[in-house]
Design a protein around this ligand. Structure first.
Ligand code: ADP
Ligand code: MG
Length: 256
C-alpha cells in the first residue's frame, strides 16, 4: 500500500514543486516506487519531471472527471525514474466542472485506489490555493509536507493551512496529519534564517524535519533541462539535501 503525501502551502513560490519533483527523484534513487501527482494547472512539476505538458493525450484533468483512469494517463519520467500523473492548463477547468459531480472532494482518492499497490510513495504537488483541487489532495493523503522559507513572513498564512487540515481531518479524512515542516531555500549566512529556523523548532518540535534544503542554484536551473535537480547535478548541495530528505521520509513511514 502506497503512502500518499501532499506537498502543500497556499503561498506561491515557496518550493512546493521543487520539493515534490526532487523528493520523487530522491526516493527513486533509494529504490522506492514513486508516483508524482501534478495537481497544479501550471504543470510545473510535469515539466520539471521532463514531460511536455503541451502534448498530453490525457492528464489528471480527465482522471478527476472520470474520463480516464490513472493507468492510462500516467507517464514515465525517464530522467527521474518515477511515474507522473501529469497536468496542464486544462486542469483549471476541473475546479468548476467538479462542483456538480458526486463526491467532488474524493475524486482523486478514488482514482488513486486503483494503483495503490504499485507504489511505495505517491506525492501530490498542490496548487497555491486552498481550493477544491487542494481539497482533493488532502482527502487522498495520509499526510502533509509543508515547505517553508525561513523568512520574516514564514508563519503568516500557516494557521490558515493548519486550520484547513484540521477541518479535513475532522470531516473528510481522519487519516490526515501534518507530517512535517520542511525548511527550504535556506541561507545559513542570514541571521534571520537561523532565527526563524530556531523558532520553528521551538514551536513545532519534531514536526520540523531534520533535513534542511539549502538555497542552491542547481535546483533552480534543473527544470529548464527537463530534469529533477537530484538527477541534473547529483553532487550539488541541493540534490544531496533532497536525497537525505528522501531517506528521512523512508524512515518516517516505518512508524506510520
Ligand atoms: P512553488 O511550487 O511553491 O510555487 P517552486 O518550487 O516553483 O515553488 O519554487 C519557486 C522558485 O524558487 C522556482 O524558481 C524554483 O526554481 C526556486 N527554488 C525552489 N527551491 C529552491 C532552492 N532550494 N534553491 C534555489 N532555488 C529554489
Ligand atoms: Mg508549484
Amino acid at each position: 500500500m502506497a503512502k500518499i503525501f501532499c506537498v502543500a502551502n497556499q503561498k506561491g513560490g515557496v518550493g512546493k514543486t521543487t520539493t515534490t519533483v526532487n523528493l520523487s527523484a530522491g526516493l527513486a534513487k533509494l529504490e522506492q516506487r514513486v508516483l508524482l501527482v501534478d495537481l497544479d494547472p501550471q504543470g510545473n512539476a510535469t515539466m520539471g519531471a521532463g514531460i511536455n505538458k503541451a502534448s498530453l493525450a490525457s492528464s489528471i484533468y480527465q482522471v478527476l472527471l472520470g474520463e480516464a483512469d490513472v493507468a492510462a494517463a500516467r507517464q514515465r519520467s525517464e530522467a527521474g525514474r518515477f511515474d507522473v500523473l501529469p497536468a496542464n492548463r486544462e486542469l483549471a477547468g476541473a475546479e468548476v466542472e467538479m462542483v456538480a459531480l458526486e463526491n467532488r472532494e474524493r475524486r482523486l482518492k478514488e482514482a488513486l485506489a486503483a494503483v495503490d499497490e504499485e507504489y511505495d510513495f505517491i506525492l501530490v504537488d498542490c496548487p497555491p490555493a486552498l481550493s477544491l483541487l487542494t481539497l482533493n489532495g488532502l482527502c487522498a493523503a495520509h499526510g502533509v509536507i509543508i515547505p517553508m522559507q525561513c523568512e520574516y513572513y514564514a508563519l503568516e498564512g500557516l494557521s490558515d493551512l493548519v486550520n484547513t487540515i484540521k477541518k479535513v481531518h475532522a470531516n473528510l479524512n481522519t487519516d490526515l496529519r501534518i507530517i512535517g515542516l520542511l525548511r527550504v531555500m535556506f541561507d545559513p549566512r542570514m541571521t534571520l534564517s537561523q532565527q526563524v529556523s530556531k523558532q520553528l523548532e521551538q514551536h513545532f518540535g519534531d514536526k520540523v524535519f531534520k533535513t534542511i534544503i539549502p538555497r542552491n542554484v542547481r535546483l533552480a536551473e534543473a527544470p529548464s533541462y527537463g530534469m529533477p535537480g537530484v538527477v541534473f547535478d547529483p553532487s550539488s548541495k541541493g540534490a544531496q539535501a533532497y536525497i537525505a530528505f528522501g531517506a528521512e521520509m523512508v524512515e518516517r513511514i516505518k512508524t506510520m
